[in-house]
Design a protein around this ligand. Structure first.
Ligand code: GLN
Length: 537
């Protein structure tokens, strides 16, 4: 029998206060107590999914096993909870309206006036409950994106307010995460913004049960007392998410403050001491590296590191196991392209290079130059998705002698389209039309890929791309030294992994293995790359 309880997490004062991390941390704590947990991210924007959004503004598009293009918070949930979530776990305003309007067109509302309350709010509640049922969850965490007071968030807050009424006090819990700034002149922790955001929540009809203050330092007793008083919660329900070296410490610091006991008490859960030993060990290893390695990260969204969040996290997971600290050197591919940075300046001091995923023309020639540099100077290289495709382009041009070889994404008129669209790929519509999600890959025996995956013959990795290695060029590329080391199981024409002989580590992956990397189970490809890098550093 599942318990069917809900924890709603809202945010106050400003965005990016780490609500996602707090939600994921609470999830991990409850899971470590033996409860079945799932987590939902609500995004109040009108996009149906994150697939069409620029990573510059929103950070990376996270891809789920079932091919959802979702908010990056789903990545936090998957990594902390060590589960695979569905695209259903990311609810947006766009999805809700789309389905309500479709129902209206079908006449399902039988002549009623279709309104925000109750039709939109009912749709929201139904989705939340559907996910809870799907996972047989004892506890479903629901994080409402944005900040309390945003107009677009209102229908969601109204829906969760109603859920408290329908499911009862002992089955629902509201946690408000808000910023407590520190005035640099006096060093004082200012609680007024939190007080205001709680008031705003109450105006909507929600009284939080717990408040997590996001602050540089642990709350002083006085600040905590004030937040409790004005926030109308007991002092034991005020927690601090203070600055820590790594986000993976957040579950540990919240547990230390007794959030586990408070939630158990409030929701009437049997208290079981959370089993966090392995997690704690992981955090310790992450914080005590024996050696530093420098990785050149070549991409075009390098100004917003969140664009590559899962890759950064995948490196950390492997780093903990290897006891190394990856120091990331961000290299803007356009700077190389335009000669603002020389290849020497950019890459002569790095121990390994990652060519990051991406779309479109900008910076492409810079990336290709970096690939050539890595190949010729025998620096370990990992190309992910677009990075893999451009590695194929580099090999085609400089090893196979195919002049002006390119991907048709960048040069539709190239004489040698080594990367191109294959049948079945559509361009007429952008949303949700790429090759998406986990698909089986046949790993070719005797290759580096086969070693990386420890002899597994079939592996599943997640995809998000439209273009493919052109099967017509495989022979000529293989003669030039490229090795195809993984192909799609369903369609052996599709190349999944490539590598080069006579190089310490030159590997390209069409899928994104970073999406399946977990703190205690690093992704094999990242691990193999970092291992080679750290041996040689
Ligand atoms: N732009 C390339 C494609 O669509 C690669 C995409 C990516 O790197 N995620 O195939």
């Amino acid at each position: 029998m599942v318990l069917e309880k809900y924890i709603f997490v809202t945010g106050g004062v400003l965005s990016s206060v780490g609500k996602g991390t707090v939600t994921a941390s609470i999830g991990l704590i409850l899971k470590s107590m033996g409860y079945s947990v799932t987590a939902i991210k609500i995004d109040p924007y009108i996009n149906v999914d994150a697939g069409t959004m620029n990573p510059f503004m929103h950070g990376e598009v996270y891809v789920t096993e079932d091919g959802g293009e979702t908010d990056l918070d789903l990545g936090h949930y998957e990594r902390f909870l060590d589960v695979n979530l569905s695209k259903k776990n990311n609810i947006t305003t766009g999805q809700i309206y789309l389905s309500v309007i479709e129902k209206e067109r079908k006449g399902e509302y039988l002549g009623q006036t279709v309104q925000v309350i109750p039709h939109i709010t009912n749709e929201i509640k139904e989705r939340i409950k559907e996910i809870s049922r799907l996972y047989h969850a004892d506890i479903t965490l629901v994080e409402v994106g944005g900040t309390v007071g945003d107009i677009e968030g209102l229908p969601f807050l109204e829906a969760i307010r109603q859920m408290r009424l329908e499911h009862g006090l002992e089955n629902t819990l509201f946690i408000h995460v808000a910023l407590v700034p520190i005035l640099s002149a006096t060093g004082e922790q200012k609680t007024k913004p939190v007080q205001h955001s709680v008031q705003e929540l109450r105006r909507i009809g929600i009284q939080p049960d717990a408040i997590v203050a996001r602050c540089q330092r642990m709350l002083e007793p006085e600040a905590r007392r004030k937040i409790a008083l004005y926030g109308n919660v007991p002092e034991e329900a005020v927690f601090t998410s203070y600055d820590v070296e790594t986000i993976y410490e957040v579950p540990l610091i919240l547990k230390e403050q007794g959030i586990d006991k408070y939630i158990a008490k409030r929701l009437g859960l049997k208290y079981v001491e959370p089993k966090l030993d392995e997690w704690r060990e992981f955090v310790e290893m992450l914080k005590e590296p024996k050696k530093h390695v420098k990785i050149g990260m070549v991409g075009k969204y390098t100004k917003l590191k969140d664009s590559y969040l899962s890759i950064i996290e995948a490196l950390k997971h492997s780093a903990a196991k290897l006891r190394v600290k990856p120091v990331l050197k961000w290299i803007e591919a356009t700077d190389i392209e335009q000669g603002k940075t020389s290849l020497e300046e950019a890459l002569s001091d790095v121990n390994g290079i990652i060519i990051l995923p991406g779309f479109g023309k900008r910076g492409v020639e810079g990336k290709i130059k970096a690939i050539r540099y890595a190949r010729e100077n025998k620096i370990p290289l990992l190309g992910i998705c677009f990075g893999m495709q451009l590695s194929v382009v580099e090999i085609a041009r400089n090893l196979a002698g195919l002049e002006r070889a390119h991907t048709t994404e960048v040069d539709p008129h190239t004489p040698h389209p080594v990367i191109t669209l294959l049948k079945g790929q559509r361009l007429d519509r952008l949303g949700g039309t790429m090759r998406l999600g986990a698909q089986p890959i046949k790993v070719i025996e005797g290759t580096m890929a086969f070693k990386i995956y420890d002899g597994e013959k079939i592996v599943y990795e997640r995809h998000r791309h439209r273009y493919e290695v052109n099967p017509k060029y495989i022979d000529i590329l293989e003669k030039a030294g490229l090795r195809v080391s993984g192909v799609s199981l369903d369609n052996p024409e599709l190349v999944e992994f490539i590598e080069l002989r006579n190089h310490p580590f030159f590997f390209g992956s069409q899928p994104h293995p970073e999406f399946k990397s977990r703190p205690l189970r690093p992704a094999p490809i990242y691990h193999a790359f970092l291992k080679t890098v750290s041996y040689r550093a």
